[in-house]
Design a protein around this ligand. Structure first.
Ligand code: NAD
Ligand code: UGA
Length: 440
């Protein structure tokens, strides 16, 4: 089949490359000339493990190509996926649908023959109706169906998630569209990935409900971590103790500095807004958003407390800037609020991230970027682990200790054991675990 992806970002590029891998002929169209030029040269604009291999291999086979000519891409395709961004709208937190609407207008101008238009972007309930209206108004004669097919991949594990999804959600009541979408996903369907066919509005809501629930689960364990600190319990053991109950499940129970990234923060907020608009407010989502927002800055205050309550003139080494490991994505990363809080307190920051420093440099001021973890620690008054990159899990701790001016280590991802750190002579604090040697 011939597929066009509008938007060659995390979702458009990964989906496009994986669809090409399935054997479809795919064209990824993006308005960003520099992105398309880079892709044509075989350069991948984002850091995503495994992506370079499947992009270059499928481009070489002729199944995957790139263009800035969105209309030509639409004309050539049986199925057009909208995979443009839906960031928070400035001022009110609703999803900004301007890119989706612009894509719909371009599709309307270029449609030829029966075409399935699929919204893969995360969009509020009713957006499919709006996309359909935009196209229908511009092209009353056109033959098309608008389908919702939300994407559930995670950054850093995007290829694996796309090729082995827990489920594929397809929102349509159009029989022909249903048959075409089954064909698009045939390899996964044959591989026993469940295809869930629902109404379009239901599909749109499933996406927000999934992200909202996961964000709430993280927020719950973060609150339990605070309680663990207050009562002297261990949050990792609490997480294991509840996660072994199949009804709860063990995933997404890692306490940390609050969820960040390009999706949970904006999607939880958009869900709050949708619920309010429909007079059906979600108190759980409202609380989740507010608890998580406060948590990021409170992590900065936790570091200040570990430094004796004052960081004025002190140097803090920060390990990890990206919102999670294996990505260079800095969107809504907890590191931003934590570093801001420390800088507001008068601290100097030396930071290191294996992949995120280029993006971080564009949004952070007065941060010294280090060459590696040891360089970051050099002469610092404290070291903070913000993102749990593999490279930070097996640091030479004696070397780190001798490099630091004072051996203060704040581990916001619980990657080290309290008793071992204390044996090494660190003043160690973590999330929701006892400080004393009973901590593991
Ligand atoms: P992104 O910002 O990485 O990429 C979007 C791309 O669309 C950009 O390259 C931009 O230049 C391009 N674009 C914008 N308007 C365009 C237009 N009219 N025509 C052609 N190209 C256009 O965004 P992303 O992270 O890939 O997210 C895309 C959507 O997928 C969002 O709705 C997001 O919520 C959702 N989503 C993202 C992830 C993720 O892990 N990033 C996972 C699941 C769902
Ligand atoms: C998330 C969802 O997991 C994907 O299913 C979804 O498709 C995507 O959002 C999206 O809609 O864009 P992603 O943001 O890439 O994926 O990464 P996650 O692994 O979900 O992590 C999100 C944030 O939660 C990170 O800041 C991470 O550190 C934090 N987190 C995650 C925790 O603090 N604890 C956990 O146990 C898990």
């Amino acid at each position: 089949m011939k597929l066009a992806l509008i938007g060659a970002g995390y979702v458009g590029l990964v989906s496009g490359a994986c669809f090409a891998e399935f054997g479809h002929t795919v064209i990824c169209a993006d308005l960003d000339q520099s992105k398309v030029d880079a892709l044509e040269r075989g350069e991948i604009p984002i850091f995503e493990p495994g992506l370079e291999h499947i992009v270059t291999h499928n481009a070489a086979s002729g199944r995957l190509s790139f263009t800035t000519d969105v209309k030509a891409a639409v004309r050539s395709a049986d199925v057009v996926f909208i995979a443009v961004g839906t960031p928070s709208r400035r001022g009110d937190g609703h999803a900004d649908l301007s890119y989706v609407h612009a894509a719909a207008r371009t599709i309307a101008e270029a449609l030829e023959g029966y075409t399935i238009v699929v919204t893969k972007s995360t969009v509020p309930v009713g957006t499919g109706d709006e996309v359909e209206r935009i196209i229908r108004e511009a092209r009353p004669d056109a033959e098309f169906a608008v389908v919702s097919n939300p994407e559930f991949l995670r950054e850093g594990a995007a290829i694996e998630d796309f090729k082995h999804p827990d489920r594929i959600v397809i929102g349509t009541d159009d029989e022909q569209a249903r048959a075409v979408m089954t064909e698009v996903y045939r390899p996964l369907f044959l591989n026993q990935s469940p295809l869930l066919f629902v109404e379009r509005r239901t599909a749109e809501l499933i996406k927000y409900a999934a992200n909202g629930f996961l964000a709430m689960k993280i927020t719950f364990i973060n609150e339990m971590a605070d309680l663990c600190e207050a009562v002297g319990a261990n949050v990792q053991e609490v997480a294991r103790g509840i996660g072994l109950d199949n009804r709860i499940g063990s995933k997404f129970l890692n306490a940390g500095p609050g969820y960040g990234g390009s999706c949970f923060p904006k999607d939880t907020l958009a869900l709050v807004k949708t619920a309010q608009d429909h007079d059906s407010p979600s108190r759980l989502m409202e609380a989740t958003v507010s608890i998580n927002d406060n948590r990021k800055r409170s992590m900065g205050r936790k570091v200040i407390a570990a430094c004796g309550g004052d960081v004025r003139g002190k140097t803090i080494a920060v390990l990890g800037l990206a919102f999670k490991p294996n990505t260079d994505d800095m969107r809504d990363a907890p590191s931003i609020a934590i570093i801001q809080t420390l800088q507001d307190g008068g601290a100097n920051i030396r930071a290191y991230d294996p992949e995120g420093m280029k993006a971080a440099a564009m949004m952070m001021e007065n941060v010294t970027f280090a060459e590696d973890a040891y360089d970051a620690a050099k002469g610092a008054d404290a070291l903070v682990i913000v993102t749990e990159w593999e490279a930070f899990r097996a640091l030479d701790l004696s070397r780190i200790k001798s490099t630091l001016k004072s051996p203060v280590l704040v581990d916001l991802r619980n990657i080290y054991r309290a008793n071992e750190m204390e044996k090494l002579g660190f003043a160690y604090s973590s999330i929701g675990r006892p400080k004393s040697s009973q901590g593991k």
